[in-house]
Design a protein. Structure first.
Length: 391
């Protein structure tokens, strides 16, 4: 099959990573597909609000370049389908229509839909199919008349694997600092657990705000004092929780600076899962922990960590039960107290921890590879009559 793949290589412009190439491109090549990889400056446009006037010329520029690249590739050899990872800030509806009507089916993958569906709402109905990794978000797509296929996150077993390494940390987390992550880490450290965090924002100077990024939108300009508190309150957020977050972050920096690290390289990120007795997952989105209804979703880490042979302790979400047997393949916490108690328990019960670690690794490698996801997708496209029976 010949596939045109328009994706960013990395999830974040602030550090070098080939994460998305390793996850979405390399498995297609390994499956034997002729895959045309095109970036075209995809990543920066995710930070542009779809409705902002300054986005209009950038969207037009990207759409023109995208169409030219697709049509050039199709002239060289017939494209069977186009797979994109874009938002409303990237393509005009007419660009999507043109590909679908003159080249091939066009399928879009977009994540963080529970929190950021507004970034793909307008374009979603124009795609032949939308790949939705969060079960909860499927209703949002159907609500705007978009065609969907449940396409959970996964990992590439050629990249994410257990490595021979002696444990260096009792617990670790790799990911950006936002939401209540610093508060969780502080609680673990204060409980005497050797917990460490690696990622954007953890090693920032004292007083720095949380970084922007996927799941953590860039903050609006801040007001001071009562004005800022009122603004937060009107947004449905608790200013008291915001103040507590700042105090806990400052306390973490002051008391446990050795626990805070910059982003790890791709190779170091994978090794960290083997170098930690417990690998941690936190699921809250943005700053929604400051509201009465925090938003959570299954993350990419829920597949990368177990596939890398980690003993994985993550926040509870009912949807995780679709992917793992909780308590036997991974472990979940429902409160900060339970996070601490479970960490203490499994740090002192090595045999039990090892049994769960091995079971989680086996499940991830059996059921949660990108190859498996793509096989399911191709079967669905054929079922719908959108791909040749034997491309």
């Amino acid at each position: 099959m010949r596939i045109f793949l328009a994706i960013p290589r990395s999830p974040n412009p602030t550090f070098a990573s080939d994460l998305w190439k390793a996850n979405l491109h390399d498995p297609l090549v390994a499956m034997g597909h002729d895959t045309v990889l095109w970036d075209g400056g995809t990543l920066p446009l995710f930070d542009l609000p779809p409705d902002a006037p300054e986005t209009v010329p950038e969207r037009a520029r990207f759409s023109e370049a995208f169409l030219a690249a697709v049509e050039d590739a199709n002239r060289a050899a017939r494209i069977d389908f186009v797979l994109t990872y874009v938002s409303d800030s990237h393509l005009t509806p007419s660009a999507v229509d043109r590909v679908r009507e003159t080249v091939s089916p066009i399928v879009n993958f977009f994540c963080n839909n529970v929190h950021q569906f507004h970034l793909i709402r307008r374009l979603a109905p124009r795609f032949t199919l939308n790949l939705v990794p969060e079960a909860e978000a499927i209703a949002s797509y159907r609500g705007v008349g978009a065609e969907t296929h449940f396409f959970p996150m996964a990992a590439n077993p050629d990249v994410y694997r257990h490595v021979a390494a002696a444990p260096r940390y009792e617990a670790s987390f790799a990911g950006q600092r936002y939401a209540d992550r610093a508060s969780h880490l502080l609680a673990l450290c204060e409980a005497g657990i050797d917990a460490h965090a690696f990622g954007q924002g953890w090693s920032a100077p004292a007083g720095a705000g949380a970084p922007a990024g996927v799941g953590a939108p860039a903050p609006a300009p801040r007001r001071a004092g009562l004005g800022r508190a009122l603004e937060i309150l009107l947004q449905g957020r608790s200013p008291f929780r915001a103040a507590r977050d700042r105090l806990e972050w400052e306390r973490l920096q002051a008391r446990h600076p050795a626990a805070l690290h910059p982003p790890a390289s791709d190779a170091a990120y994978v090794a960290l899962f083997s170098e930690s007795k417990i690998s941690l997952g936190f699921l809250v989105l943005g700053d929604t922990h400051r509201t009465r209804r925090p938003l959570r979703q299954v993350r990419l880490r829920e597949f990368e960590a177990p596939m890398s042979g980690a003993f994985y302790l993550t926040e509870y979400l009912e949807e995780i039960g679709l992917h793992y047997e909780i308590g036997k393949e991974i472990v979940c916490f429902r409160s900060r107290d339970e996070l601490i108690s479970l960490s203490r328990h499994y740090l002192t019960h090595e045999e039990e921890r090892e049994r769960i670690r091995r079971a989680g690794e086996a499940r991830a490698r059996r059921d949660h590879t990108w190859t498996r996801r793509f096989e399911d997708l191709f079967a669905e496209l054929r079922r719908r009559g959108l791909l040749r029976a034997d491309p």
